[in-house]
Design a binder for this molecule. Sequence first.
Ligand SMILES: C[S@@+](CC[C@H](N)C(=O)[O-])C[C@H]1O[C@@H](n2cnc3c(N)ncnc32)[C@H](O)[C@@H]1O
Length: 333
Amino acid sequence: MSDRVARYKAKREEERAAAAVHFEEEENIDDNEIVESKCIPCTSEYQYEPERIIKVFQTCFQDMFEDQTELNQLVQSVKGDLYNRDYAAAFGEERKRDAYVIRWSPARALAYSSLFSQLKEVRELIYDFSDEKKDLDVLAVGGGAGSELVALNSIYCFAKEAYPNTEKKITVTLVDIADWSLVVDKITDFTKKYWLYKTATYKPEFVNHDILKPGVSFVNRDLITLLFTTNELFAEDRTEATKFLQRLSSECKSGALLLIAESAGSFSHIQVGKKKFPLTFLIDTILCGRPGSDNGAWTIIDGNDSVWYRTPKVQYDLKLENMRFFYRLYRKR
Ligand SMILES: C[S@@+](CC[C@H](N)C(=O)[O-])C[C@H]1O[C@@H](n2cnc3c(N)ncnc32)[C@H](O)[C@@H]1O
């Protein structure tokens, strides 16, 4: 093996490990390690309470909880596949996709619900019922496993209670390389049945697509989320991931919001010339321009390099993990 091939392989291995890290890391965080001042609240006055959020998963995937032994085996198997970055194996079967959802999505849905509520610009977008004609268009990249959808629903449906007859539409497009269509259907049916008075204006849509390939339009989106997905995109194909961010910059409308979150500390470093840069720095540079230049397509309007979400004490058959994550909210100029 030549030196160049060996170096390439070692670098890829480093990226694989970095991308897989958050699955291990989340499990090692215990309550005592959490510094209160760096926590976002576990819930807010702008959303349904955590018990109702957890209930979505308990109800939609009720059958999965019947055989705990099988469930544990499925979860372990998915975890092994994810560690090896074998997404085809992890998400290739319906039972494994469901196991992933009930194991990891509930804690994320709780965290995202709180995060969306705390971010004034995001919350106001969801809460704006002042103009009946101003529809809301959200795109969740890598959002097939349901956490973004449940989090958005928990705020939108709560806010809509005060406007039961509004004509304002909400379109949520969840684009994902794995086929989560049945998961999205289950959550959508639940939401229409239990959380909404009139459902005609509520339009979630699942799109099974590789976001690194053209085919999804960004033009009319009010909010795009990239939650716990950016690292994976860069590990898959750095050049195409960069082009994807550049497409966001050229296509998104002025005022659009882009929210990126990732497990804190899991971001890999990328070699540019002789220097290594954290991926966060590169993302900021691609989106906002060189530091100090202030001439990029986006501006950072909120963010935190390391924030905790401590899951509240709610009844759930599986572990609900605390999370420590990085987030940035950008606005298109
Ligand atoms: C770690 S999971 C995060 C799921 C969800 N966003 C959350 O935070 O709970 C990453 C997701 O990104 C999806 N994904 C990975 N590469 C993708 C690609 N190239 N295009 C679209 N989705 C992708 C995976 O299938 C998976 O659902």
